[in-house]
Design a protein around this ligand. Structure first.
Ligand code: NAD
Length: 275
């Protein structure tokens, strides 16, 4: 069973650096594929209320006989529930669907462009952490001004910001802000949502190590201190994406990948306008 490296968060808790994401996976699929992922050795699972598969994730967790303290379960608060009452209710509903009495990480899914409610949601997350029902709290898709605002208003810095990061969209400026402020960067769409898994440059790098482009990309995330949560429902790929702990990229590989960065390389929505 592979041992996944962990990162220490700013609240002194640890988080696996590689996890399993389940966006666009149905409840039925999730109960099977999360089971496959846990069997393969993943211990961190990333879901969200909007994915509508928390029940399937919860079913798989219950079926796998793994001690709770070895698991790291993340879910997220959706955009229509930022007001305090709605956020508390949404959190309770997520916990019930997951069949858990706490989550390891609770995230505000998006700041929601044009809305002023995300600091209210952040105050709810602070309360959930104080109650021990969310062990760590963070955000997702926050830009620097969003982060500055919640930190200034509450004095509490998110442990994690989950953002789109992959070789074509490396987000260096935001990552530097995170590093300077003790925020861990979690990469969503770590494989460019599948768009980079047949990339020829990455395939060439991978051939040196007997690794696939997906594995080269995931190694790049790990080497940069990022947390990656690749998704696949194919058992062989679920295992492949975890088989990245036995090789290292050399300086030339890293330079090639750094050059792939492209300001227009975003594959998902832009948080500055999405919401
Ligand atoms: P990803 O970069 O993980 O790519 C997933 C796709 O890549 C799969 O559908 C599959 O087609 C392909 N793939 C995966 N492994 C492969 C392999 N070894 N070989 C060949 N192809 C492979 O994209 P994603 O699912 O969008 O992101 C990962 C996770 O991040 C999601 O499941 C979700 O948990 C999270 N996420 C969060 C947000 C957010 O707003 N916070 C947004 C998108 C995704």
């Amino acid at each position: 069973m592979p041992t996944t490296p962990t990162l220490r968060l700013n609240d002194d808790r640890t988080m696996p650096q590689l996890g399993y994401g389940v966006w666009r996976v149905s409840n039925d699929e999730a109960s099977t594929s999360v089971g496959e992922a846990l069997k393969a050795g993943y211990r961190s699972i990333d879901t969200a209320s909007i994915y509508e598969n928390e029940e399937g994730v919860g079913k798989a967790i219950a079926a796998a006989d793994i001690p709770r303290d070895e698991l790291f379960i993340t879910t997220k608060l959706w955009n229509n529930s930022h007001s305090p009452d709605a956020a508390l209710k949404a959190f309770d509903e997520s916990l019930a669907r997951l069949r858990l009495d706490f989550v390891d990480l609770y995230l505000i899914h998006w700041p929601v462009a044009g809305s002023e409610a995300y600091p209210d949601a952040w105050r709810v997350l602070i309360r959930l952490r104080e109650e021990g029902r969310a062990k760590s709290i963070g955000v997702s898709n926050f830009n620097i001004p969003h982060l500055q605002r919640i930190i200034a208003e509450t004095g509490v810095t998110p442990a994690v910001n989950q953002i789109e990061v992959h070789p074509r969209f490396q987000q260096r400026e935001l990552r530097e802000f995170h590093a300077a402020n003790g925020i861990a960067t979690e990469s969503w769409g770590p494989l460019g949502q599948g768009s980079l898994v047949a990339n020829e440059e990455l395939a060439t790098i991978g051939r040196k190590y007997g690794k696939t482009p997906a594995q080269v990309i995931l190694r790049w995330h790990l080497d940069h201190g990022l947390i990656a949560i690749p998704k696949s429902v194919t058992p062989s790929r679920i295992r492949e994406n975890l088989d990245v702990f036995d090789f290292e990229l050399d300086a030339e590989d890293v330079r090639i990948i750094e050059r792939m960065d492209d300001k227009g390389g975003r594959v998902g929505p832009n948080p500055a306008v999405f919401g």
